[in-house]
Design a protein around this ligand. Structure first.
Ligand code: GDP
Length: 402
């Protein structure tokens, strides 16, 4: 009996020793970057001597091996000035209204110019010619200009009065008619639901345009628009010819916590980068994959080969949902010629007009839609990260006439 009691005692002692050793080994994991609380050395229980009896807490106290340099205190540890944190982009609704003063140059040339002309005492032939000239100079385009002038002449004649408020309302209606209010300007950025048990897939948006128009910046800003709408996004840096483009895009993505698929080397095959980006988007089950593309326009054949190939290769995963053409509003007729080349190469589904903040040619909104038969869906109104707005005809025309 005695022997059994001794054996049990030994077993209990061994078990208790084991638990103690484990308690020493298994310490709670500290989240990255969290500092020990005052009075608590890293990894140790704060239960023990009173806090006023404790030495200053040491950073790195939990290191097992003896240190030959003195431990630093919390006061000695330098924290970085700015902790990297993802930004919350500005809300998307009403952006054009908030940014309307950015259209100031367009305002005075187009809206104010027309209002001043229509308010003259006499509306003779030469005044109507000036109205026409104002519209043409603002890049409204020949056909829309003729239509607007004809409509205004007729309405002024029928109206018989030239009350400023009535003139303004009439001009607003005619400009709105020219811009178009019954067009679908929504972006196809909704994830596709899977059918017949097949998994869904992200919406794919390709962004094309000549280098320098603001294409990469637009992809970055658009990623922010989508993040603001709580969408998961993957970026594809398929502009592999401009060395800085992938870096630039990755930086835009990092700021809002969006990953960028890019090639390790410059000059890689843009189609394969685009393919990989969509592949990652499918694997990560994101809502949208945005693909930036190269915009070299030395010759049409080269461009056609390259963009055509990117689109074909991406479409092995499924159809591309949106092809956005980025156009620099300040380039006027030249921009329209570029646009025509792109629209021969790929089916453009929407236009992004950038740099509308720096031009008196706001009428290009009308001109470009008419020449390409594609709606303006977004406008760039500055270099700030959230200076990209969904295009709203009413807000735009009101800004011109404000
Ligand atoms: P990319 O070569 O077409 O990719 O052009 P980038 O995206 O590098 O942009 C070229 C320049 O245009 C940059 O300095 C941008 O900040 C500027 N930019 C882009 N969009 C706008 C805009 O809406 N307004 C203004 N003022 N500048 C813009």
């Amino acid at each position: 009996m005695e022997t059994i009691e001794i054996v049990i005692g030994i077993v209990v002692l061994i078990a208790l020793a084991g638990v103690g050793a484990l308690a020493g080994l298994v310490r709670p994991r500290r989240r990255r970057g969290s500092l020990p609380r005052p009075g608590e050395a890293a990894g140790r229980s704060s239960v023990g001597p009173r806090s006023d009896e404790l030495p200053l807490p040491g950073v790195g106290d939990d290191a097992e091996e003896p240190r030959d340099s003195p431990l630093r205190t919390v006061d000695d540890v330098e924290l970085p000035d700015e902790l990297p944190a993802t930004e919350r982009p500005a809300p998307v609704a009403g952006r054009l209204v908030r940014l309307r003063e950015r259209l100031a140059r367009s305002n005075s040339a187009l809206g104010h110019g027309l209002l001043a002309l229509l308010s003259r005492d006499t509306l003779d032939e030469s005044t109507w010619e000036e109205v026409e000239e104002t519209l043409l100079l603002a890049d409204v385009g020949v056909d829309p200009t003729t239509e607007i002038v004809d409509a205004l002449r007729e309405r002024v004649r029928v109206l018989g009065t030239r009350e400023p408020e009535q003139l303004r309302a009439m001009l607003r209606e005619e400009l709105l008619r020219a811009v178009g209010t019954d067009v679908d300007r929504s972006l196809a950025t909704t994830r596709h639901e899977g059918e017949d048990g097949r998994p869904g897939r992200p919406a794919v948006v390709m962004v094309v345009g000549v280098n320098g128009t603001g294409k990469t910046t637009t992809v970055g800003k658009l990623a922010r628009v989508l993040v603001a709408e709580d969408k998961d996004v993957v970026l594809g840096a398929a502009d592999t010819f401009r060395a800085a483009a992938a870096e630039q895009l990755a930086t835009w993505g990092e700021r809002v916590g969006v990953p960028t698929v890019r090639s390790e080397r410059d000059g890689a095959d843009p189609a394969s980068v685009a393919y990989d980006a969509v592949k990652q988007g499918i694997e990560d089950e994101v809502d949208v994959v945005l693909v930036d593309t190269a915009g070299r326009l030395q010759n049409k054949v080269g461009l056609m080969d390259e963009l055509g190939k990117v689109k074909r290769v991406v479409e092995r995963h499924g159809p591309v949902d949106e092809v956005l053409l980025v156009l620099d509003a300040t380039t006027g007729q030249n921009g329209l010629r570029q646009a025509a080349v792109f629209s021969e190469v790929v089916d453009i589904t929407g236009i992004v007009l950038t740099k509308l903040d720096g031009t008196a040619k706001g009428g290009i909104v009308v001109g470009v839609q008419r020449s390409l038969h594609v709606p303006v869906k977004l406008v760039g109104l500055g270099e700030g990260p959230d200076d990209l707005a969904p295009f709203e005809p009413e807000a735009f025309v009101d800004a011109l006439l404000s």
